[in-house]
Write a protein that binds this ligand. Structure first.
Ligand code: GNR
Ligand code: NI
Length: 185
């Protein structure tokens, strides 16, 4: 297994709409294993393939206290939603940001497992919230899209600054280049 790099907002690749998983093969098994390792190490309670730059409709989730209930959702659909619930959400692709989001409290979901077998389940609580958050990722949507544009822009600027500092890249210069002799400094 391997840990995969997680894309961070505002990376435009997080806006990609994922395509259905078509092949239930060894490569898929490997990706599922790598995604669980990446999620548990982060640590997080869910991970969508989009976040590791794989644009297929694959989600891994474990909302259990003991981290011993790995769940895979492939080509998921929500058949019905019921009730509303506000949860303070976070996202591995939007580090250190926690904000309240309103979602359906209960969902009826249909998905395939790692072997391609289809099943339907009623989900509630954190599992229902997490599945909706992960399914948004597969559509190129992030939880910050539910916030005001003012909040989202503040978050974007803060993360861009952190990413620049981490990469050690120089700040883009504005204005007229300063010349000393023939050199632009
Ligand atoms: O680890 C995560 N915690 C979380 C908390 C509340 C609502 C959703 C989530 S999902 C998040 C991991 C993640 O970014 N998944 O895409
Ligand atoms: Ni997320």
């Amino acid at each position: 297994m391997a840990r995969l790099a997680i894309l961070e907002f505002p990376d435009p690749r997080l806006r990609t709409r994922a395509a259905p998983v078509a092949a239930f093969d060894a490569a898929l098994e490997r990706l599922i294993g790598d995604m669980f390792e990446t999620m548990y190490e982060a640590p997080g309670i869910g991970l969508a393939a989009t976040q590791v730059n794989v644009h297929q409709r694959l989600i891994v989730i474990d909302t259990s206290e003991l981290k011993n209930d790995p769940q895979v959702f492939i080509n998921p659909q929500i058949l019905a939603r019921d009730g509303l619930e506000v949860t303070e959400e976070g996202c591995l692709s939007v580090p250190q940001v926690f904000e309240e989001v309103e979602r359906a409290a209960r969902v009826r979901a249909r998905a395939q497992d790692r072997h391609g077998v289809v099943s339907e389940r009623e989900l509630d609580g954190l599992l229902a919230v997490c599945l909706q958050h992960e399914m948004d990722h597969l559509e190129g949507k992030l939880f910050v899209d539910y916030l005001s544009s003012l909040k989202r822009d503040r978050i974007r600027r803060r993360l861009e600054k952190e990413q620049r500092e981490r990469d050690g890249a120089p700040r883009p210069r504005s204005g007229v280049p300063l010349r000393v002799g023939a050199k632009v400094i």
